[in-house]
Design a protein around this ligand. Structure first.
Ligand SMILES: Nc1ncnc2c1ncn2[C@@H]1O[C@H](COP(=O)(O)OP(=O)(O)OP(=O)(O)O)[C@@H](O)[C@H]1O
Ligand SMILES: O=C(O)C[C@@H](O)[C@H](O)C(=O)CO
Length: 334
């Protein structure tokens, strides 16, 4: 069962809005960053990773965002275009802002962290006037990433995008993507996450991200079922709670729930699991898969990406993904 319908008369499948950054992934693994010397540069930023994953799966994909007016900004835009992502919604900052950097540390397959340099970043300077209604109404899906809510004017740009999407029946997926280093106040964070979630059709997040949103409202004894049910009184049709190596659970407004297991992976690094899960999960739902089948696609994509060095570069093609699902070991939830 798939509770979602998508407007088919649209030239774009998915438009993502939010940050376009650079990942600098340590080449020397299994040691702290103090002991690494070299990094490999990839395009990064959760919504960018999801958009790249979507395009890699064959979806017609666009992006609304802002890049720095320098080599890093051009690197990002060139990469998007090389991956057949439409960049008409990507603007170039003229204030001297820089590209956000995510330095990743791989101490061990299960002990990874990200050091974020995000002062004066171009992605948070996206202005509401740079969000085009005519562009958004060309898409079946709008993918919103929570970190874009962290500062003005990006925050207001996201809410304008949500208004356009709701007005034109563009299905909105909200990937919570909570990155504490981009926020300064817990209450401010929770307020804007909750306000945005009210306008979304599908909400995807980890248990911890939903806990962050509920703490403000003194909801302390929550569980996945309660979390999901909160959102069905708004616009949500589907709520997915991710549980890392323990899989994920999805709830639909009609009261059904679906558990997904994982594809055990030779884990190189854990980050990137969420973005790859989201891109393949959305692809599945948009291509007549049931919720359970779409979750399995997400799990398979995540398993592929966490076994590779990058996130964006590692995103699988539909052929790779289908082959992995057909041949790799799947560990259902017991
Ligand atoms: N160790 C693992 N082995 C196999 N699959 C995994 C593992 N960790 C995560 N996954 C898969 O990836 C999905 C999303 O992972 P997770 O719950 O860690 O999301 P996330 O925290 O958003 O990820 P990220 O680390 O990219 O922020 C899980 O539901 C599962 O399907
Ligand atoms: O989202 C970020 O800014 C960092 C990502 O680019 C990085 O690849 C990651 O953490 C994936 O979830």
């Amino acid at each position: 069962m798939n509770p979602l319908t998508f407007k088919q008369d649209r030239p774009l499948d998915l438009i993502a809005i939010g940050r376009l950054c650079i990942d600098l992934n340590a080449n020397e693994t299994n040691r702290p960053m103090e002991e690494t010397n070299t990094f490999t540069k990839y395009v990064g930023g959760s919504p960018a990773n999801i958009a790249i994953g979507s395009a890699r799966l064959g979806q017609k994909t666009g992006f609304i965002g802002k890049v720095s007016d320098d080599q890093m900004g051009r690197f990002i835009t060139n990469y998007l275009e090389k991956n057949k992502i439409d960049t008409q919604g990507v603007t170039v900052d003229q204030t001297g802002a820089v590209t956000g950097l995510a330095f990743t540390e791989i101490k061990s397959p299960s002990d990874c962290s990200i050091l974020m340099y995000r002062d004066n970043v171009a992605d948070l300077k996206l202005h509401p006037s740079e969000v085009s209604e005519d562009y958004i109404k060309q898409a079946k899906v709008l993918l919103v990433s929570g970190t874009a809510l962290a500062q003005s004017p990006s925050r207001e740009a996201v809410f304008v995008a949500l208004e356009y999407a709701n007005k034109h029946n563009v299905t909105v997926f909200f990937d919570l993507d909570y990155r504490p280093y981009t926020w300064t106040d817990e209450a401010e964070t929770a307020v804007y996450y909750n306000l945005a979630a009210e306008k979304c059709d599908v909400i995807i997040g980890t248990r911890e991200e939903f806990d962050m949103m509920e703490k403000l409202l003194n909801i302390n004894e929550s569980d996945d079922h309660y979390t999901a049910s909160r959102w069905f009184s708004y616009r949500a049709e589907l709520v997915v709670i991710k549980h890392g190596g323990e899989g994920s659970i999805a709830y639909t407004k009609d009261g059904d729930s679906h558990r997904s297991g994982i594809f055990p992976a030779k884990v190189l690094k854990t980050f990137g699991a969420g973005d790859s899960y989201a891109s393949a999960f959305i692809y599945g739902l948009m291509n007549q898969k049931t919720v359970s089948e779409a979750m399995k696609m997400g799990s398979a994509s995540a398993s592929i990406v966490i076994s590779r060095h990058s996130c964006s570069d590692a995103m699988p093609t539909i052929e790779e993904l289908q082959n992995y699902i057909d041949t790799a070991e799947y560990e259902p939830v017991v």
